[in-house]
Design a binder for this molecule. Structure first.
Ligand code: ZN
Length: 303
């Protein structure tokens, strides 16, 4: 546990270890945990203290897995995240397990991510201020990763907790309600807020320098992935499953366990294709995707 500011500590092991995340622990009149999936040894620092309030950035299990161990805490998250934290089947559906079914993965997945249903008690909304006594922070809606994904701005301390907008990794947008345009909007929103410090939900947690530049580079990964998808369509790939084998969103190689990351890749390729369709660059017919006429080379148009 690392003290960041008066009353505010960081629970992190500095590594990207799923299904855990970096959390904030606010010791105040109201003891508040921001996200609740700290690494096990970090959890021990606060396990014996009263936790009055849990505010979750979103409803993914690697951000809210300890909610169920705190029955007396008030649990708040954006309403778009409520259903999936209450029901494992909805959680799996939201991750695309019904669209790209894999019976070898489905029964193991919820245990692997430490999913335990725990309904939220209340909602947070963009612009809302949450006060724990001496500390207060604002909810900043940052959709794209998921529809209800939120960051938390601490104006007095000059930092923002960005959860799964993390320039140290690759954008992840593999949910039914993920959206690439929203993701880009949220990255730009963070850049316009111009914080002095980002506290990210995974990895080394603290990003102190070149924040705007690093966020721009992170955004550009999305554009680069789309260029790659367009070139794959040009080379004759047609379906989401064909595209997913190329692992565009994982730099050409799916991480282990590959069966899980294949589903994530399918979902993210689909999300990119949806955006490319909106931009008029791609057309969809049944399971097949094609470059829009203006995007095709002369040869392909003739073909
Ligand atoms: Zn997430």
């Amino acid at each position: 546990m690392e003290k960041l500011f008066q009353h505010i500590s960081l629970l992190s092991n500095g590594k990207f270890t799923l299904p855990y995340c970096n959390c904030l622990w606010i010791e105040d009149d109201v003891n508040c945990l921001v996200d609740s999936s700290p690494p096990e040894e970090q959890w021990q620092h606060i396990a014996n203290q009263p936790i009055n309030l849990i505010v979750n950035s979103h409803g993914h299990s690697d951000h809210c897995s300890r909610n169920y161990t705190c029955p007396d805490a008030q649990v708040l998250m954006h309403p778009a995240e409520h259903k999936r934290v209450s029901n494992g089947d909805i959680y799996l559906r939201d991750y695309g397990f019904d669209l790209f079914p894999d019976d070898s993965v489905r029964p193991l997945y919820l245990a692997a991510v430490k999913y335990t249903p725990r309904p939220a008690d209340g909602e947070i909304q963009d612009g809302q201020t949450i006060s724990t006594g001496r500390v207060s922070f604002q909810v900043v809606s940052l959709p794209g990763h998921s529809a209800g994904h939120c960051g938390f701005l601490f104006p007095e301390q000059g930092f923002i907790f960005t959860a799964d907008i993390n320039p140290d990794s690759k954008p992840f947008f593999a949910m039914l309600d993920s959206d690439v345009d929203d993701f880009i909007y949220s990255i730009e929103r963070l850049r316009s807020i111009g914080p002095e410090l980002l506290v990210t939900g995974h990895g080394s947690a603290l990003i102190k320098s070149n924040i705007s530049k690093r966020l721009a580079a992170y955004r550009d990964i999305l554009y680069q992935q789309e260029e790659k998808i367009l070139s794959l369509l040009k080379s004759g790939k047609r379906t989401i499953r064909e595209l997913a084998k190329e692992a565009v969103c994982y730099e050409g190689r799916l991480p282990q366990p590959q069966a899980v990351y294949y589903i994530h890749e399918c979902m993210m390729d689909w999300k990119h294709l949806q955006r490319l369709e909106r931009l008029g660059k791609v057309v969809n017919e049944g399971d097949n995707y094609y470059l829009a006429p203006g995007q095709r080379s002369v040869l392909q148009t003739l073909g």
